[in-house]
Design a protein around this ligand. Structure first.
Ligand SMILES: Cc1ncc(COP(=O)(O)O)c(C=O)c1O
Length: 481
């Protein structure tokens, strides 16, 4: 996309696809949105899709499929055991990652369940550049702990560093020595770190981290769910690899790891997941868990139609024209918000544009969930659904106290090939309005607080009547639109 140059117009991203099927959108009136937010317990996960104008909650399972993906679904081979669809999918994954064995699972967290169930014992410590909610929940469920060693610069919101997902190599070695290698079942490296702004990790850093792990005989695991964004950033930002193809870079990365797993709702643009393994013994050590939790070894809980679509999606994830669309739209959105003075994570990462709620809502104490409140404000003022990625997305400490997140972010995800640039402009416009009226936003408190992954199902309420006041100001500007 970035290779298309303009003559008179300023440089903007150009889509390398055309729209063939559309879905009508619905923009509720402002008063209606307030009612829906109240009914949803001030939790954007509980809104109905039909009540949302632009759904930027996630890119998970909501990316647009291509014509080739859709047509591949027609040849799906349904069989409880031995489906030809599975063998086609396995062959494609082996071609891409160079790993022979494939354990299918219904989505990314199911892979995390299998890995944690097989390897994590009470008291173990899993080291990561940064955690992902479900990856951590499975580890702690089994009595393990997580140590996050992303470099300090990864948690600075405004920066121009190209690889803010890099792990601190000195801390990694110190941590292994302190824990002892026997107590570290695996080191998990997350490409395109979800919770800290979709920031990439460099190939060089992955190589050094896995070299250290190998020195101490520790298993290495790559979470490749957001690999496609990370591949784009390596290609455009890592000087030494700029002449390598996306396929070559993917293979070089996979060669560093013992295990690669992914959510097919992201990597592959469909709905599913898999664990790829090179070593036969390692494969056999996890094999029995697939039929137990997922389904037989040749479908793993997935629909064969989705597997066929995903197999085409893997190839599309190797195409620079396809994988550049997300990061370039995000970069556009982030730059425009930055010009407006809205605190955003820079440089733009993958997955989505990330608003820095700790700055935007600095008047809201962290225990009243500033990012949770800001995400509600965006729905009230424009019908845009984002996701809280801050303290609400954390779990409490064992003593019941809040575990404050390192960053308080609102993620506005850009599902691939879904939104147009004019819709992106609308989002920028409404974020700017909310930013200019940020003093009207107040805090949230729990009414019903689940113990695990509380952000999915928790019910909250505002700490004052701030939503009514905000809506009143919005209506003064835009009417009941
Ligand atoms: C980095 C990362 N890992 C794992 C997962 C879990 O995948 P799934 O939602 O398919 O369970 C996600 C989902 O958002 C993710 O972003």
């Amino acid at each position: 996309m970035s290779s298309i140059k303009f003559y008179k117009h300023e440089q903007i991203p150009v889509e390398m696809h055309k729209v063939k099927i559309v879905q009508k959108l619905n923009l509720l009136e402002t008063d209606e949105r307030l009612k829906k937010m109240q009914e949803a317990g001030f939790n954007t996960f509980k809104l109905h899709n039909g009540d949302i104008f632009l759904d930027m909650l996630t890119d998970s399972g909501v990316n647009a499929m291509s014509d080739n993906m859709q047509s591949a679904m027609l040849r799906a081979d349904d069989a409880y055991a031995g489906s030809e669809t599975f063998y086609r999918m396995q062959e494609k994954l082996t071609e891409i990652f160079g790993m022979k064995y494939c354990l299918p699972a219904h989505q990314g967290r199911a892979c995390e369940n299998i890995l944690a169930t097989r390897f994590v014992k009470p008291g173990n410590c899993v080291i990561m550049n940064y955690h992902f909610t479900t990856a951590k929940a499975h580890i702690t469920r089994l009595g393990g702990r997580v140590e996050e060693l992303v470099k300090d610069e990864g948690l600075v919101s405004k920066s121009n560093l190209p690889f803010k997902g890099n792990i601190d190599l000195e801390k990694l070695e110190e941590c292994i020595k302190k824990e002892t290698p026997e107590n570290v079942p695996y080191i998990r490296i997350e490409s395109g770190t979800n919770l800290i702004g979709g920031q990439p990790i460099s190939y060089e850093n992955m190589k050094s981290a896995t070299d250290i792990a190998k020195k101490y005989g520790i298993l290495t695991v790559l979470d490749a769910s957001l690999l496609q964004d990370n591949l784009y950033f390596i290609k455009v930002r890592e000087e030494k690899l700029k002449n390598k193809s996306i396929r070559e870079i993917t293979r070089m990365i996979a060669d560093l790891f013992d295990i690669v797993y992914f959510s097919g709702r992201k990597f592959g643009f469909a709905r599913g997941g898999a664990i790829m393994v090179r070593d036969e013994e390692l494969f056999h050590s996890m094999e029995d868990l697939v039929p137990m939790f997922e389904g037989f070894l040749t479908y793993g809980g997935m629909s064969v139609k989705e597997m066929e679509a995903m197999t085409v999606g893997f190839d599309e994830s190797m195409d620079m024209d396809v994988i550049s669309q997300g990061p370039e739209f995000i970069e556009y959105c982030v730059k425009r918000l930055d010009e407006y003075g809205v605190p955003v994570i820079t440089p733009g990462g993958g997955l989505g544009a990330h608003l820095d709620a700790s700055q935007i809502c600095s008047h809201i104490p962290q225990e009243e969930y500033p990012a949770g409140a800001l995400v509600c404000a965006l729905y009230l003022c424009g019908g845009i659904r984002g996701m809280e990625r801050g303290t609400l997305s954390e779990e409490r400490n064992p003593d019941g106290s809040e575990r404050f997140a390192s960053m308080e972010l609102v993620r506005l995800a850009f599902p691939r090939r879904v939104f147009t640039l004019s819709q992106t402009e609308y989002v920028i416009d409404r974020v700017k309005w909310v930013f200019d009226h940020r003093d009207l936003i107040g805090g949230l408190k729990f009414v019903h607080e689940p113990k695990t992954l509380r952000f999915f199902t928790g019910i909250l309420e505002p700490t004052s009547n701030w939503p009514e006041k905000l809506v009143k100001a919005y209506k003064k500007e835009f009417g009941n639109q």
